[in-house]
Ligand binder design. Structure first.
Ligand SMILES: [Fe+2]
Length: 138
C-alpha cells in the first residue's frame, strides 16, 4: 500500500514538508520492494534508509521546536520516541524472522496509521505555531 502526499498534510513549514515528502517516498520504495518479492537483503537496506531518515527528521523537527520555544515540544518529543521504539521493534522482527507478511503489515500500520495521524495532528499544530511566531515563512 502506497502513501500519497496530500496538501492537507502540509504543515506550512517548507523544511518539514519536504522531509515528510521524502519520508513517504522512502516508505513507498520499501513497500514496492516487499511487493515485488525483492530479496531480504534489499528490504533490510531500504528499511535501514527509512529508519535513519526518520531519526534525522525527528531530530530536525525537535531542534526547530526548541529553537522557536514551542510550548508542547516535550510531549511532541515523547510521541517521536514512542514511534522510534515501535520502529526498532519492527527492525528486530525483520532481523529475527526475515521478511514476512507480519512485518509488511506492521510497517504499513505504523506509516499509514500513526505517522499520518501525527503529521495531521501534532505536526500541523506545530506548523501553525511556527507561522504565527513569524519566524518561519510558509
Ligand atoms: Fe513530529
Amino acid at each position: 500500500m502506497r502513501v500519497e502526499w496530500r496538501e492537507h498534510l502540509s504543515v506550512g513549514v517548507e523544511e518539514i514538508d519536504a522531509q515528510h515528502r521524502s519520508l513517504f517516498e522512502k516508505f513507498n520504495t520499501l513497500m514496492e520492494a516487499c511487493d515485488q518479492g525483492k530479496g531480504g537483503g534489499e528490504v533490510v537496506r531500504l528499511f535501514g534508509f527509512l529508519d535513519n531518515y526518520i531519526n534525522t527528521h525527528f531530530a530536525d523537527e525537535e531542534r526547530l521546536q526548541q529553537r522557536l520555544g514551542f510550548p508542547d515540544h516535550e510531549r511532541h518529543r515523547e510521541q517521536h520516541q514512542k514511534f522510534i521504539s515501535e520502529l526498532a521493534a519492527m527492525k528486530e522482527r525483520l532481523f529475527s524472522e526475515g521478511l514476512s507478511r507480519l512485518f509488511v503489515a506492521g510497517v504499513n500500520r505504523l506509516m499509514t496509521g500513526w505517522l499520518i495521524e501525527h503529521i495531521s495532528g501534532m505536526d500541523r499544530a506545530f506548523g501553525k505555531f511556527a507561522r504565527q511566531e513569524g519566524s518561519i515563512s510558509a
